[in-house]
Design a protein around this ligand. Structure first.
Ligand SMILES: [Zn+2]
Length: 459
């Protein structure tokens, strides 16, 4: 859409997720170009020029687009395996297969992962991709291309591993990179693809995989590289009791102290999981404004535990939501994670006071923007911010009798998406992608999953 063209959306409930949690029972949003121009109660102002489209959104809730902060797209073609394992056993079972991925597989898996999230209201996605087998092709380029083609805003966390089995790590030796190779390839990916502008559709972060698959040197030099290039840092942290034990045995300290000793706490860092955090770990995250990607379904699937999200929020830690890779969360949908985050946290120490519906929606929107370092641009509906927003249909059988729209979205069944806009461009209409052929993607992901299973079986 041209910069001076407008789309007007009217007669909808609106949850802005701004600092005051402003909501309108019946209101309007005006999109101009790729920005939200205005919004408020009642109908849009009269006399707007260049209105190319007017949407009567009666029966809908409009929210900021959902933001996913942790994922591994390639796992889309290894779903449904090792279903009854904890994290370490699951990793050991799957690494030999993952080590055989190549560019066509990764492209197809990225399309599957992105399509599933986009049709469920995700407007900003991320992929933490850390498996780069030798000779596997331009995996980063394939992933970024898939996101660009689908029209989804995107952060690639360029991952890496350099601690194979011979060095006491979990991945097979042939699946890891060298320290120098990983750093050089990461720098090249940042130089080629990272866009630092306000409207950026593609950003890149530096993202070594996890303490048990990388050397201390890769952590330290990775942090230095990210800060030299001015990009964010991402990794897995404090996911399981086994990881905690591993860190104590190898480094003589727990994961958070280890991260702090390697330069990995800071407002430019976000970490996936953070399940096993004591009070002083949470205080360290709060003090340094280190962000957390909370992945409730994956944590449940791998029996990792319940992250202390209410304590983190109370301490001022930025928290977003993540689906995590779909080998540990086969659904791969973020809108259902709003509900899972709320329900799972209510099973923890804070019980019914753990999280409410508005806090859950905030985790999936503004919280995500914070941990991706994009709170000024996305995550809430405010004049001047980028036009990433979703129209949820709440007037049908599944939701029509639920007391209020935000409660319906979070507590109710997965709500249908009537329309989703990214950067002012509509990418979903009536639950179907406008920017990709879902059936073709389903076929190709099935073929690539079968090809990977065949190759891994022969190895
Ligand atoms: Zn993960």
């Amino acid at each position: 859409m041209a910069a001076d063209q407008r789309i007007v959306i009217e007669n909808c409930s609106i949850a802005t997720v701004d600092a005051d949690d402003t909501e309108y029972a019946s209101g309007h949003v005006v999109i101009s170009g790729n920005r939200v121009e205005s919004l408020g109660a009642g109908r849009a102002p009269e006399g707007l020029e260049n209105v190319v489209r007017r949407i009567d959104a009666t029966g809908h809730l409009v929210t900021p687009g959902l933001i996913n902060t942790h994922h591994h797209f390639y796992q889309w073609i290894t779903r449904g395996l090792a279903t009854d394992h904890n994290l370490f056993d699951w990793l050991v079972a799957l690494y030999p297969t993952w080590a055989r991925i190549d560019e066509p597989m990764v492209r197809s898996a990225a399309q599957g992962s992105l399509a599933m999230m986009a049709r469920g209201g995700v407007t900003t996605a991320m992929d933490h991709h850390y498996v780069h087998p030798r000779g596997s092709g331009d995996l980063s380029g394939a992933i970024i291309g898939a996101a660009r083609d689908m029209g989804v805003r995107f952060t690639l966390a360029r991952g890496s591993m350099d601690r194979g089995e011979k060095d006491g790590g979990l991945p097979p030796d042939f699946a890891v990179e060298t320290l120098e190779g990983a750093l050089a390839a990461t720098e090249e990916t940042v130089e080629r693809h990272h866009d630092a502008s306000f409207d950026a559709m593609t950003q890149v972060a530096v993202a070594p995989c996890s303490p048990f698959s990388i050397s201390t040197e890769l952590l330290k030099q990775g942090a230095e590289l990210a800060r030299r290039l001015g990009v964010r840092l991402h990794t897995h942290g404090s996911e399981t009791v086994e990881e905690e034990k591993f860190c104590h045995e190898l480094f003589g300290m727990g994961p958070t102290d280890y991260f702090e000793s390697t330069g990995w706490l800071g407002e430019d860092v976000w970490m996936a999981h953070c399940v096993h955090m004591n009070d002083s770990d949470i205080a360290a995250f709060a003090r340094t404004k280190t962000g957390v990607a909370h992945c409730p379904s994956s944590n449940a699937r791998l029996a990792a535990g319940i992250a202390r999200v209410p304590d983190m929020l109370a301490a001022g830690v930025p928290v977003g939501l993540g689906v995590d890779g779909t080998a540990s969360n086969e659904s791969g949908e973020l809108h259902t994670e709003l509900r899972n985050a709320l329900l799972i946290n209510r099973l923890g120490a804070h019980r019914e006071a753990a999280l409410n519906a508005r806090q859950a929606l905030r985790l999936g929107t503004f919280g995500g923007a914070q941990v991706l370092g994009r709170a000024a641009e996305i995550g809430s509906l405010e004049p001047g911010k980028l036009a990433d927003l979703v129209l949820w249909k709440l007037d049908t059988l599944a939701h029509a009798s639920i007391a209020d729209p935000v409660t319906a979205l979070v507590f109710g069944a997965a709500a249908p998406v009537t329309a989703s806009f990214v950067n002012g461009r509509q990418i979903v209409e009536q639950g179907r992608l406008l920017t990709a052929d879902e059936d073709a993607i389903a076929r190709s992901t099935r073929e690539q999953a079968q090809r990977l299973a065949r190759i891994a079986g022969q190895a």
